[in-house]
Design a binder for this molecule. Structure first.
Ligand code: 9G3
Length: 565
């Protein structure tokens, strides 16, 4: 491809509203352009990378036995009413009306569409298992789109759905696709971990997220320092065992604690450690008020709370609601003499002579003892912390940030029951199909690659996803020797099936070199002063290594370099 006919609008300066490397570089190197907040165009170089990632995904999905189809983005609301999600999803689900005033959703995901499609066509267990996938634009009206392609409102996803007659069959396909996902991210050159994830609203049981380790990742991974255990912090179970101190139970006492509200204030005012303070937070769990207790040095994990109550909506009560329901403000509430339901994290069980709010403005109780002073049900409700024992019993937990690029779920019959997608089993009985669903953020994967592979000069594409293999620079196209040698090399390398981007523009050498560093193709050939002798300069982008090569050895040299990357 000749750059004089390409469209690669590079930028010298760093765009103001791009605050992470991948976003800055994809803009500066002319791979993407934003049209609206969270909405992007993929320019020719960006489109080529996208294509390469998609093809790696396709190869691995097909290899695992999945079959590609393509579904509509326009989804009639009736489908989402059948699954119930028309009512449970809020502003994130983009909705529109057609000219006949009928309601539609712009596809955020396709469980409803695929389940209705399969339900109408598959009736017998003989037709199962069936795994279908597509690569398609998704729409989710994120409240705060940011980080370029990492969190957009319109993005490209490969979404797959599998249908099974038995749980064993689902487990088999889940494992195959788990392997396929590992292959995809490894072939993209990414440093990733498969982490145990929370099934969240998907209602499935087993679910794993594929996380690319990165400081700009929005997810926190809890992983063991001595085993391969890794889990999304949202669901990482706490297995700490708490020892009750041997001190004797003292008499419950109400003390005046004027204006002492936070754990820090109360523990220093009463000179009692945070571990002996009972932090009480009022939550609304599907609108029901529940008092949640965690130790003063811990935080409530709202995902665990949601899963404990199998709730749809879990939110912290506001200060006014707390005052109204409990009769005291946040910071003065506690479990003693409380009318409403109370749940406590396991750590509370080991509190002896602790402190909690007295449900009276500016008063706290000291010498509070669970079981004696209040009854409560215990559960694992806190976020795991660095240094906690790893849930698999090996080593202790450390945190890392991750970018979620893939997510696989065992859905069970959540959608097939809601939408009556049944099959006749070998005994002729109608059974709900057992489903799995599997997503890869394709555009997000491209951004994650850009985030992981770059240096001060620009992008640094891994060979499997690079937009072109070779950047061929003719320094001075007006020089007959250089122009003819460049053209000769261009056509001979293309004959050898290298994908070549030739910079034939009438630009100063400095501009060509700077753009080449920015775009980040793996190998650069410079046709310059020694063109008359048939000698060119070859540079490896990753290492900066340079060598002079005669044109007759060029193809072999390029192939050796690329094989070594
Ligand atoms: C929505 C909106 C946002 C959503 C969803 C639905 C996330 C939604 C979960 C999934 C699960 C899997 C198939 C591919 C793999 C992931 N955000 N999820 O269902 F309406 Cl607005 O998408 N779907």
């Amino acid at each position: 491809m000749k750059q004089s006919s390409m469209f690669i609008p590079t930028l010298r300066e760093v765009p103001a509203d791009a605050d992470i490397k991948s976003h800055q570089l994809l803009l500066r190197a002319g791979f993407i352009r934003q049209t609206a907040s969270g909405v992007y165009s993929y320019l020719p170089l960006g489109k080529k990378v996208l294509q390469k990632v998609e093809n790696i995904v396709r190869e691995e999905m097909n290899n695992a036995g999945a079959v590609e189809l393509f579904m509509p983005a326009l989804q009639q609301s009736e489908l989402w009413q059948e699954s119930g999600r028309w009512y449970t999803y809020g502003p994130e689900l983009m909705r529109m009306k057609d000219r006949h005033d009928r309601d539609f959703a712009l596809g955020a995901t396709h469980e409803e569409v695929i389940t209705s499609l399969v339900r109408d066509e598959v009736k017998s267990y003989k037709r199962l298992p069936l795994t279908l996938y597509q690569i398609q634009t998704k729409f989710r009206d994120e409240k705060r789109p940011r980080f370029g392609l990492l969190r957009g409102r319109e993005f490209i996803m490969k979404d797959a759905y599998s249908f099974h007659a038995t749980k064993e069959s689902l487990d088999e396909m889940y494992d195959k696709l788990f392997t396929a996902y590992s292959n995809v991210f490894r072939r993209c050159g990414l440093n990733f971990r498969a982490v145990i994830a929370d099934s969240g609203a998907m209602g499935g049981k087993d679910t794993h997220e594929f996380m690319v380790l990165s400081d700009v990742g929005e997810d926190t991974i809890a992983y063991s320092d001595t085993s391969d255990y890794a889990a999304n912090i949202e669901m990482a179970p706490v297995v700490t065992s708490y020892q009750k101190s041997g001190e004797t139970l003292a008499e419950l006492q109400k003390v005046y604690t004027e204006n002492q509200k936070t754990i820090e204030e109360v523990s220093s005012f009463l000179d009692i450690s945070a571990e002996k303070c009972i932090k009480s937070l009022l939550f609304k769990i599907d609108e029901k008020p529940v008092l949640v207790l965690v130790r003063g040095d811990h935080e409530v994990n709202d995902i665990k709370l949601k899963n404990l109550f199998e709730a749809s909506i879990v939110e912290l009560a506001s200060a006014e609601e707390t005052k109204e329901i409990i009769g005291a403000t946040v910071g003065s509430i506690g479990p003693v003499n409380t009318k409403i339901e109370i749940v406590a994290d396991e750590a509370i069980k080991a509190v002896v002579n602790g402190v909690c709010g007295a449900n009276e403005e500016d008063y706290h109780f000291i010498n509070v003892n669970p079981e004696r002073d209040f009854k409560v049900q215990y559960a694992d409700l806190r976020f795991i912390l660095e240094g906690d024992p790893s849930p698999d019993g090996n080593g202790t937990i450390t945190f890392a940030k991750g970018i979620e690029v893939g997510h696989v779920f065992k859905l069970g019959t959540r959608y097939s029951e809601a939408m009556n997608a049944t099959f006749l089993d070998e005994n002729g009985r109608a059974q709900a199909m057992i489903m799995g669903c599997y997503g890869i953020g394709v555009s997000r994967t491209m951004a994650a690659i850009a985030e992981q592979f770059n240096d001060e000069q620009g992008l640094l594409w891994p060979k499997n996803v690079t937009p072109f293999d070779v950047h061929l620079l003719a320094i001075n196209m007006k020089d007959e020797n250089q122009a003819s040698l460049a053209e000769e090399i261009y056509s001979s390398l293309k004959n050898d099936r290298f994908d070549v981007l030739m910079d034939d523009r009438q630009e100063r050498p400095g501009v060509k070199f700077a753009d080449s560093e920015l775009i980040g193709l793996p190998v650069r050939i410079t046709v310059g002063k020694k063109a008359a002798e048939g000698i060119v300069e070859v540079k490896i982008r990753k290492t900066g290594e340079m060598q002079e090569v005669h044109k007759d050895e060029l193809a072999q040299t390029i192939q050796t370099i690329i094989d070594s990357l």
